[in-house]
Design a protein around this ligand. Structure first.
Ligand code: MN
Length: 247
């Protein structure tokens, strides 16, 4: 049941995203450590998806500006549909449809709720937790706000604020600038894209407009250069360029 919305939004014949096995999700409920990840997602807008394992699924929040280590900075976080646990290792290109764009596994690790009853904390709209990732560590809080919908806009999920608590892991380092790459592959967006079939790039470009379209175009061009360099390496016999002609 919790993945109903996730499945409704996607066509798995066209998307490489994991479908998710709910029976597996239920079995995993009994494990002790809880998984978390942050996926950097260039879709219609660049954002960071924070996902916390709870009840056999990944509860998810889209954070447009990404997490901040500065306790004075409150980052808007829109709660979105739960994702399957398998999604937590996903990195790649979503060719078309919902979420079309590029996904990078930006951080992953484990999380620990700071109060024993997570459901009660969620219901209260005040979830305090500790992260132990590669990039994000220490104490954080998600606080639900009233949320709003502009006239004519579709109602979105609940709005929250993601805030770092002051501890030895807080500070004014801009973590998204400082550590921009994937924790899975070490790649940036162009390299993630270059690893995929170039046919996907074109469908992808059609899906995006505006500033994101321009950003995506730049990424596609860099990906094409990477691909070309790789092809040249393959077609050049080893050592040929280095060898000096003897007369
Ligand atoms: Mn997303």
């Amino acid at each position: 049941m919790p993945l109903k919305q996730y499945h409704a939004k996607r066509n798995f014949a066209k998307s490489p995203e994991p479908k998710g096995d709910e029976s597996k999700a239920l079995r995993r409920k009994k494990t002790r450590t809880l998984f978390f990840c942050v996926q950097k997602h260039l879709a219609s807008h660049l954002h960071y998806d924070l996902r916390l394992e709870h009840g056999g699924v990944l509860m998810s929040w889209a954070v447009p500006k990404g997490p901040s280590l500065d306790p004075k900075v409150k980052r808007f976080a829109a709660q979105v549909e739960d994702h399957p646990l398998e999604y937590g290792s996903f990195e790649g290109v979503i060719p078309e449809g919902y979420g079309a764009g590029v996904v990078m596994l930006w951080d992953s690790g484990t999380w620990t709720p700071e109060s024993p009853d997570v459901d009660a904390a969620l219901a209260k709209g005040d979830l305090k937790f500790t992260l132990d990732g590669y990039k994000l560590k220490g104490s954080w809080v998600l606080v639900r706000t009233r949320g709003y919908t502009r006239p004519g806009e579709k109602p979105t999920g609940p709005s929250w604020l993601l805030i770092k608590h002051k501890d030895e892991w807080s500070g004014d380092l801009d973590i998204t600038e400082f550590a921009p790459l994937s924790v899975k592959s070490g790649d940036d967006f162009p390299a993630i894209m270059a690893a995929q079939d170039p046919d996907l790039w074109l469908t992808n470009r059609r899906a995006a407009g505006g500033a994101t379209g321009v950003m995506l175009q730049g990424i596609i061009e860099q990906a094409a250069e990477l691909k070309l360099a790789e092809l040249q390496k393959q077609t050049t016999p080893p050592g040929r360029r280095a060898r000096k002609t003897k007369v």
